[in-house]
Design a protein around this ligand. Sequence first.
Ligand code: FAD
Ligand code: SF4
Ligand code: SF4
Ligand code: SF4
Length: 429
Amino acid sequence: MKKINILREIIDNRLCVGCGSCFSACLNNAIMIDLKMDEGIFIPSINEDLCADCGRCVQVCPALEFDHLKLSCFDMNSIESSDKLIGNYIKCYVGYSTDQNLRKNSSSGGLVSELTRFLLTNEYISGAILAKMNALNPLVPEPFIAKSENDVLLGAGSKYCPVPMNSILKNLGKNKENYAFVGLPCHIKGLRKMQINNRLYDNIKFSLGLVCNHTPNFNSLKFIMKTLSIDVSSVKSIQFRGNGWPGQMNINLKDGSNISVPYFSELYWGFVNAWFFWPLRCTLCKDKINTFADISFMDAWHRIFNSDNIGTSLIIVRSEMAESIVNKAKIQGKIVLEEVDSKMVVDSQKLQDYYSTVENRRSYLVSSNKSLKDLIPVAENSRSNLNLYSSLFYFRNNLSQKEKFWPTINFLRLIASQYKKIKGHSNKL
Ligand SMILES: Cc1cc2nc3c(=O)[nH]c(=O)nc-3n(C[C@H](O)[C@H](O)[C@H](O)COP(=O)(O)OP(=O)(O)OC[C@H]3O[C@@H](n4cnc5c(N)ncnc54)[C@H](O)[C@@H]3O)c2cc1C
Ligand code: SF4
Ligand code: SF4
Ligand code: SF4
């Protein structure tokens, strides 16, 4: 079988996350990453005429299962995972940036931006690979290299839509400058595969990983705009999160007005994003916690922080180098950091349930489509029966795929909203 056909199978079976690693790995420029707005995802297209079937693209694709041991020894302390729920780690901390403005306008505690700024200003790196929204096309994100403090602030905040982060790596492999890379678990996994298989990117010295439950596809944003009767062409800029914690989405219009959507409103993460607009690949992802990053960053979703309205993050520090950096930043007064038990991370991300749920979804998918068997290994003890949970899961996935079903989602949203009102439900934990 031709090697490139494996990449085709990944794309055809909707297992691609649009990370851009294959684009960067191809020396023949046979791959382009296209934004398919109707499907709401980035996806590669392959030019047969340029392809030499070398297989480099397949080697770096994070959608394929990987050699866990080979990757986990990468810049980490031991080959054996020190914790089966959170992976290798040295210490876990809770903390935030001491820059109140940054803390308020970042996603949680502003630690990613503060530490990136620390690495830049102390010349550990000459650039940081971050994500921002395109200035001309404000609904479309892009990776960029931040070279200054201002650039770092431009990248602050989560972008809850697909970002082809690894496409920016194409020309950086042999560059003499040192970089930090911020990314989701699939981005970091792609990067690690490129570092191991292509023997490139030694110059990416730090990887700062975001925890990720899933990335809603672009249709989620379209859905929000449509529900709020916002004409897409009237949008000047969009901020997915900011203005305190848990914060809100801010949509700035060209006429100077601003529309905000609270983070936990039913139109956003309180219902629609939590249940709908999931890319298929995300339903099968086993690395929510970003095992291969030097540091994993997440919201401190824990009842202890219920009264916080500025922002706090939990972090898992996995390498000695990262441990030294966070301590230096703490000593210099850039961040507040306090060691916590790993159980707080496990509880805040509900990791106990997460792994078994993902295994069951994988098992169900493979049992209903045998051709995926080689692409998605399934744990022996997982349940393959279509239980009530899986039925609901696929029902809601199908609803979000076609615009004609969106009124149904809105109807369900209103029911959810009424239900919460009757129950006096609070989204605090
Ligand atoms: C799609 C997505 C899903 C997430 N899911 C969870 C979750 O389930 N649980 C949880 O606790 N936390 C989750 N997070 C992480 C959380 O939202 C915060 O990013 C994290 O707590 C760090 O906050 P901060 O204030 O330190 O980051 P900030 O200082 O605000 O910096 C955020 C950094 O992330 C980069 N970035 C933003 N969006 C993306 C993107 N899509 N791809 C690559 N880089 C990006 C920015 O360039 C910036 O450098 C998710 C984030 C994203 C983007
Ligand atoms: S097989 Fe090789 S040449 Fe063909 S698209 Fe992949 S990386 Fe490029
Ligand atoms: S490398 Fe990334 S963009 Fe390319 S096929 Fe795999 S997941 Fe998709
Ligand atoms: S859930 Fe996994 S595959 Fe989906 S965006 Fe997050 S890290 Fe990538």
